[in-house]
Design a protein around this ligand. Structure first.
Ligand code: SF4
Length: 344
């Protein structure tokens, strides 16, 4: 049995033809799914033979919303979603002036081991398929009753560690009769898996690449992000320049400010040296504290000073709004507390 959401239109058309059915049946099936009908037996314009064949071969894995929390402060909705095999992940829907954005997970857990992140505490359980990532966007839209127009792949998991499935997701979410979310409305965030940044550039996609940098020093970065033992900052910057040259897209550098670790003047100066002249933008993130970690977030005044230093060197810099601060919205925290409270 397979998740039908992992198929694109052409693949389902081919399957229909193999069954001796007309290929337009495939579009009918997807039309039902995108209109909220997830059971083949309820798809009224299909013959009973097709319905039976579909149910023998496929299921529609729309994850169950186990819990949903809505922030009282800013309407952010955090969802804990359970797939058919019982695995639980989290996604967050955020409301911005420019439209609704969903932050999706790409893996159940993560094996990258970043010290400030709750998603990695129990390692990576498995990759999510393209259809499973897509279904988070479908569920998010249904839950808020509005269209989702932007996707950031920044929840649990390292997307470039699940490269093929994430590429399939780009294709599925872009389908004009489905969710119709174009590549320019997708941001993919990586901790810096250098060879995959080159691969992504060579595909000439138009997605925004976000790099979780978090320190301008290799030695410091190694202390908080084990991936830094494999790829140096210079390697990452070279790969980013290549990405910019090939795609013409501006890169975002994510930088979670941690008190006295990466928010000092010398950190800002080194960051400026690395990024000056690049088509990029720095997104400063007030770190979400994880109770299992001793790292503390920077003070508001250090964050402001850091921003001003970068800006005075001509580097465009923003401070990410702290969305959903009242609902444990940081990466992996909600899933972790849910699993811990049930001894899962
Ligand atoms: S920050 Fe991202 S890459 Fe690092 S452990 Fe968490 S989910 Fe994985």
């Amino acid at each position: 049995m397979n998740n039908i959401l992992d198929l694109n239109l052409e693949e389902l058309q081919q399957w229909m033809e193999k069954q001796g059915e007309k290929k337009f049946r495939a579009k009918q099936v997807f039309d039902w799914i995108y209109n909220g009908v997830f059971k083949f037996e309820e798809m009224r314009n299909l013959s009973s033979t097709v319905k039976v064949k579909l149910s023998e071969e496929f299921y529609v894995d729309i994850p169950e919303v186990v819990e949903a929390y809505k922030s009282k402060v800013d309407d952010t909705v955090k969802m804990l979603l359970k797939y058919r095999d019982g695995n639980i992940i989290e996604s967050v829907v955020m409301k911005y002036k420019h439209g609704n954005t969903i932050c999706v997970s790409s893996q159940v857990g993560c094996r990258m081991g970043c010290k400030f992140c709750a998603s990695t505490l129990n390692g990576c359980v498995r990759n999510l398929t393209g259809g499973e990532i897509l279904s988070q966007v479908i569920v998010g839209g249904r839950l808020i009753g509005e269209r989702i127009s932007n996707v950031v792949i920044m929840g649990s998991g390292e997307p470039l560690d699940n490269y093929d499935n994430v590429l399939k997701f780009f294709e599925l979410v872009n389908w004009e009769h489905g969710l119709n979310i174009g590549q320019r409305h997708i941001t993919i965030s990586t901790c810096g898996i250098v060879p995959k940044i080159y691969d992504l550039a060579n595909k000439k996609f138009q997605v925004t690449l976000a790099i979780s940098l978090h320190s301008p020093w290799d030695e410091e970065r190694k202390k908080i992000m084990p991936i830094a033992n494999k790829y140096s900052i210079v390697d990452i910057i070279e790969a980013c320049k290549y990405y910019i040259n090939i795609t013409g897209r501006r890169i975002t550098f994510e930088y979670a400010l941690i008190n006295n670790i990466n928010d000092r003047n010398e950190d800002a100066e080194q960051l400026i040296k690395l990024l000056k002249g690049m088509l990029c933008h720095v997104n400063l993130i007030p770190m979400n504290e994880v109770k299992e970690s001793a790292l503390k977030k920077s003070s508001t005044s250090s964050i402001r000073t850091f921003k001003e230093r970068l800006e005075s060197a001509g580097i465009e810099t923003t401070i990410r709004r702290e969305l959903g601060a009242d609902i444990n919205a940081a990466c992996g925290q909600l899933r972790k507390s849910y699993m811990d409270s049930r001894n899962i």
